[in-house]
Ligand binder design. Structure first.
Ligand SMILES: Nc1ncnc2c1ncn2[C@@H]1O[C@H](COP(=O)(O)OP(=O)(O)O)[C@@H](O)[C@H]1O
Ligand SMILES: [Mg+2]
Length: 366
């Protein structure tokens, strides 16, 4: 039997965001679960400072990964172009058939690295530039959800210069429009950094200042009392939703300590929900995915309000946690797709998207 040539998949992990460590765990899980009979893996580590290095595997201890990283990374390498054919856009030791960013948060999940892949004209796994950037910015994502008639909590967006200029008016608006408790969060961060649950009016200013430490744009959001439901979506233009899962925070809300330090959060996979709610979560998850024009994968997070049973779309994560115990792969497992076949599907979707785009560009003569 003829063996097909193995495809080379480059895993990119680590990265400059607060979720650097989570990314290391996610990449290790992808590395362990990728079908090595089909794929050759190259591992590209990005340090917290944004320096790059090719390493043996993501399974190395963090100190080993970070040792001797290269200061500059230019995808349009300084290598001379080959005598024939197109110039090489990537340095030889970074070359792969497809790139898989397993990077969470800013500089990984926000369209920046996706832009690099587009410039280098290489296939990659997951959402494109637009969906990544829109999904990362909670204010933009909410605006797109609202335009597509998806249920979102009442919210307001505030940029720092307006806060400084119109403090009294802003505080009056918050007082008038939002009842306690409400949430104040930076627009562009994940992992609950800079988020406050405001339970007394006197805490408002402190919460606003805290959020502005991390971003020039913040959101005020009406608090929802209820359950936190999450749903995995997979696909390009025909996305499918998994069974929903539930996160049961150990603390007052699902904050940074609960997510990454104390680890006492409980997960219910799948969530214990009536069939009608399951179907509604799945429908809304696919709609939210389409609203930001997502591709590849995303996890959509919801609130299910106590008493009313109303669902609200909270956020979309275009590179969700990817460890063996993370919600995204676990929900697919519960829905009949194993971790290795999930990785394979994502790789196929990445190639499909690239091919489709190339065909359109060719027709346009670009
Ligand atoms: N409007 C809200 N109502 C109730 N809880 C909220 C609200 N916004 C955030 N939270 C709580 O804070 C956590 C983190 O907020 P989230 O918007 O998901 O940001 P992140 O991108 O950091 O995950 C949520 O999982 C939830 O526990
Ligand atoms: Mg969240």
């Amino acid at each position: 039997m003829k063996h097909r040539k193995k495809l080379t998949v480059a895993l990119l992990f680590g990265g400059r965001s607060a979720e650097h460590e989570v990314s290391l765990s996610s990449a290790a899980a992808v590395y362990r679960n990728i079908d090595k009979n089909k794929y050759r893996v190259i591992s590209l580590f990005i340090s917290k400072e944004g320096k790059w290095k090719r390493v043996a595997t993501p399974l190395l201890p963090p100190a080993k990964l970070a040792a001797g990283t290269s200061g500059s990374f230019l995808p349009w390498s300084t290598e001379p172009p080959p005598a024939s054919g197109k110039p090489d856009l990537l340095p030889a030791h970074f070359k792969a058939d497809i790139y898989f960013p397993v990077l969470h948060g800013p500089y990984g999940e926000d369209g920046t690295i996706q832009g690099l892949f587009e410039m280098a004209d290489v296939p990659y796994v997951g959402a494109g530039v637009l969906a990544s950037a829109a999904g990362m910015d909670k204010a933009v994502a909410k605006a797109l959800f609202t335009m597509n008639r998806l249920p979102v909590v009442k919210y307001a967006t505030l940029v720092e210069t307006d806060w400084k200029k119109h403090r009294a008016a802003v505080l009056a608006l918050i007082e008038r429009e939002f009842s306690l408790p409400f949430f104040i969060k930076p627009a562009n961060l994940g992992s609950s950094v800079g988020i406050s649950k405001v339970k007394e009016r006197a805490e408002t200013i402190r919460a606003i200042r805290r959020a502005f430490r991390y971003d020039r744009k913040i959101l005020v959001e009406q608090g929802v009392q209820g359950r936190e439901i999450e749903c995995s979506v997979l696909g390009n233009d025909r996305p499918k939703a998994s069974l929903p899962g539930e996160v049961i925070p150990h603390r007052d809300f699902y904050d940074y300590r609960d997510k990454y330090i104390e680890g006492k959060t409980q997960f219910r996979i799948p969530a214990d929900l009536p069939e009608a709610t399951v179907n509604e979560v799945k429908r809304l998850a696919v709609e939210a995915y389409r609203a930001v024009d997502c591709a590849g994968m995303a996890r959509i997070d919801f609130f299910l309000e106590e008493g009313t049973g109303k669902l609200y779309v909270n956020e979309i994560n275009t590179i969700p946690g990817f460890t063996e115990i993370s919600m995204y792969p676990k929900l697919w497992q519960a829905s009949g797709i194993s971790f290795p076949s999930l990785i394979e599907k994502l790789i196929r979707l990445g190639f499909e998207r690239h091919r489709r785009k190339k065909r359109c560009l060719e027709r346009r003569g670009e």
